[in-house]
Design a protein around this ligand. Structure first.
Ligand SMILES: *Cc1c(COP(=O)(O)O)cnc(C)c1O
Length: 381
């Protein structure tokens, strides 16, 4: 058997043994009391994670992209327009979803490594009416974290619904639906919740639900939230067989989040990000993402002179750590390191120690132990 590698890619994130073990629980009937209870609890926990009291949570078999599609299809009508704030790859994908369903969509793009500024949103909203505005919280390709709370402030003065693609943030970086006035937060199981891939996860505000109810027909069947709503309210009813085992595992992941404490979890993500970046900087690496936009959930890292992408990543992999390469214009120039979900501080130390070992193997000159030391100064011994 191949030795298990530590996943430090931008999702899936490392799966905690408690979660893997729940995946191996019996496949019970999807309408059994066990699953009814666990799905209900998972939904209730999910609402706590996004600070939402009254909205409707959904857990549907799929992944982040399905959650994006469902968010759009259930809130945007053919005669309307929606606005995408894009700092990279996944904002573009929102645009592609619009195209696939012939929906009108405008995109504000920005230079990679930055995020769209709230002033740009304000300006655009003064020029045209939008039914919905979407923002990617953290773009996994550029490592840029958008000022989603500042966007919310701007949107308070407008009618548009506000959708946050939190796939690389929800459960790791603060998102307060009620307080900020967010109408949809969407994510997937495999990023900051640290569950295996397989679920589309999202919460709709009351305003978003009203919007769906006001729309007569939407170009979707499986993706229609009104077909799923009765099941989310009473999982003993049937619409389409839920992913039983995956839901049991996701339920466990929500318990882990709440046991840690959601605020503490955000702080841990911030601390770990800072420690990893201090180590990398000490070793001569730099960052693709501009300083104010650095995300707590992943880093997009530029190589120093003398370290080459392919051999670095393959040697790091051989030594036990999986990181991702760059996409598009960054391919070959950066690697992307995820540090989200249930990644423990000892795993971080292991990853950094292994990084130094990898660099030595590649003949790169640095002061041994200096990276790990820089991280430890932040994490505490
Ligand atoms: C990973 C990711 C997605 C896509 O999720 P899939 O589960 O791969 O479909 C969408 N948005 C963002 C911001 C992501 O990081």
């Amino acid at each position: 058997m191949q030795k298990e590698k530590l996943l430090m890619i931008p999702g899936p994130s490392p799966v905690h043994p408690r979660i893997i073990n729940s995946l191996a629980l019996p496949t019970v009937s999807h309408v059994s009391p066990v699953l009814v209870e666990e799905l209900k609890e998972a939904l209730a926990n999910l609402k706590k994670v996004v600070f939402c009291e009254k909205g409707e949570p959904f857990i549907v078999a799929g992944a982040g992209t399905l959650a994006m599609e469902m968010a759009i299809l259930n809130t945007v009508e053919k005669k309307e327009s929606f606005l995408v704030l894009s700092q990279g790859f996944f904002g573009k994908r929102m645009g592609q979803i619009a195209q696939s369903f012939d929906l009108n969509c405008d995109i504000i793009e920005c230079e990679w490594g930055k995020a769209v500024l709230p002033e740009e949103l304000e300006k655009k909203l003064s020029e045209k009416d939008y039914a919905v505005v979407t923002a990617t919280h953290v773009d996994t390709c550029t490592g840029a974290c958008a000022p989603v709370r500042d966007y919310a402030e701007v949107l308070k003065k407008h009618d548009a619904l506000y959708i946050i693609d939190g796939v690389c943030a929800t459960g790791g970086i603060e998102e307060r639906m009620d307080d900020w006035g967010v109408d949809v937060v969407l994510t997937a199981a495999q990023k900051c919740f640290g569950a295996p891939p397989g679920l589309s996860i999202f919460v709709l505000s009351e305003k978003a639900m009203e919007k769906r109810r006001s729309m007569e027909r939407i170009p979707a069947y499986y993706s229609d939230v009104l077909r799923w709503l009765p099941i989310m309210k009473d999982p003993s009813r049937y619409f389409s067989t839920p992913c039983v085992n995956e839901i049991r595992a996701f339920y466990e992941s929500t318990k882990i989040v709440l046991e840690e404490g959601i605020e503490k979890r955000f702080l841990r993500h911030a601390r770990v990000a800072k420690a990893i970046r201090a180590a990398l900087a000490e070793l001569g690496f730099s960052f693709f993402t501009q300083e104010p936009f650095l995300a707590d959930t992943l880093s997009v890292v530029k190589y120093p002179e003398g370290v080459e992408d392919k051999s670095f990543r393959s040697t790091y992999y051989e030594n036990g750590i999986v990181v991702a390469g760059g996409l598009g214009e960054t391919a070959g120039k950066v690697f992307r390191m995820g540090h989200m979900g249930n990644l423990s501080e000892s795993q971080v130390n292991f990853a950094l120690d292994t990084l130094e070992r990898t660099l030595s193997t590649l003949g790169y000159k640095f002061e041994a132990g200096s990276g790990l030391q820089a991280a430890k100064a932040i994490l505490g011994e």
